[in-house]
Design a protein around this ligand. Structure first.
Ligand code: HEM
Ligand code: HEM
Length: 219
């Protein structure tokens, strides 16, 4: 099964592209994480009360799928090697890119987990639901002493805040590097992370994007 998946993915990674699964993970998670930063920041600005709690409930509903996607993505990344592209030339820039990716993965796990701990140590201020639909349990922290719960809450809150700062620092570095590779160095790095749209001339065919030429029926 894993061998078959690897062979399928190699058809893409051998052309310096991420597989469609890797691309889907990247863009869905990039969108959710950015949305999550905005929802969390917006919630933190609201005065205490019903709207703040509702906004944090939405925040947890979006954050929990990020945890599940992170598990799936890490598993995928472990069985399917990434492509070798123009960014893999060795040197500090390659090392910096790998470090950025590792740190992103730490945020993908650390933020939802610390959020989940906070929510549980708060005694579940409102029900947790995955994507706002599927009931999600709190962690069994009620067996701990009140003092231990408070200490855990403080540690989880601090972790959440440190990881938010890390994420906010990494995103412009990462996006800036991707754009520099593409527009300045003319490397294939960004192309490999974009969905593939076959050309009409593509020998593999199957294009839905025919050129507008006289006599050719448009699809
Ligand atoms: C990638 C996932 C996540 C990101 C990027 C994220 C981001 C944020 C941000 C930007 C804030 C506002 C911080 C502030 O200025 O006070 C925040 C606060 C908070 N988040 Fe998250 N969060 C994530 C996941 C979660 C999850 C899954 C939960 C709950 C299950 C959660 C629970 C909370 C809580 C309770 C706070 C309030 C903390 C405080 O007292 O400041 N977060 N988060
Ligand atoms: C406009 C926004 C973005 C662009 C243009 C972009 C572009 C790229 C590109 C080109 C790569 C491949 C890098 C390589 O192979 O060396 C990549 C990988 C990656 N990006 Fe982004 N990215 C964006 C947003 C984000 C965001 C917001 C996150 C995190 C929240 C993120 C996390 C990652 C991770 C973890 C990888 C490594 C993929 C893996 O091997 O699993 N990206 N990105």
């Amino acid at each position: 099964m894993i061998g078959a998946l690897r062979r399928w993915a190699e058809r893409h990674t051998e052309q310096s592209r991420y597989s469609p699964v890797g691309i889907a993970f990247h863009w869905i998670m990039a969108f959710l994480v950015l949305a999550q930063l905005l929802i969390g920041w917006y919630a933190s600005l609201l005065p205490s009360g019903g709207d703040k709690l509702l906004t944090y409930q939405a925040h947890s509903a979006v954050g929990l799928p990020i945890l599940l996607l992170a598990i799936g993505r890490l598993f995928w990344r472990m069985i399917i090697p990434g492509p070798v592209n123009d960014a893999d030339r060795g040197g500090w820039q390659t090392q910096a890119a790998y470090l950025t990716h590792y740190l992103f993965y730490i945020c993908f796990f650390g933020l939802p987990l610390s959020g989940w701990v906070m929510w549980s140590a708060l005694g579940e201020p409102a029900p947790l639901r995955l994507a706002g639909v599927i009931p999600w349990p709190t962690l069994p922290l009620h067996s701990l002493s009140t003092e231990a719960q408070y200490r855990l809450l403080a540690a989880a809150e601090e972790t959440h805040h440190i990881l938010i700062l890390l994420l906010v620092a990494l995103i412009p570095l990462h996006v800036g590097a991707a754009l520099k590779h593409h527009f300045w160095d003319r490397h294939d790095v960004l192309r490999g992370m974009l969905p593939e749209v076959p050309d009409w001339e593509d020998p593999r065919g199957g294009s839905k994007h025919r050129p507008r030429e006289a006599g050719l029926p448009q699809q």
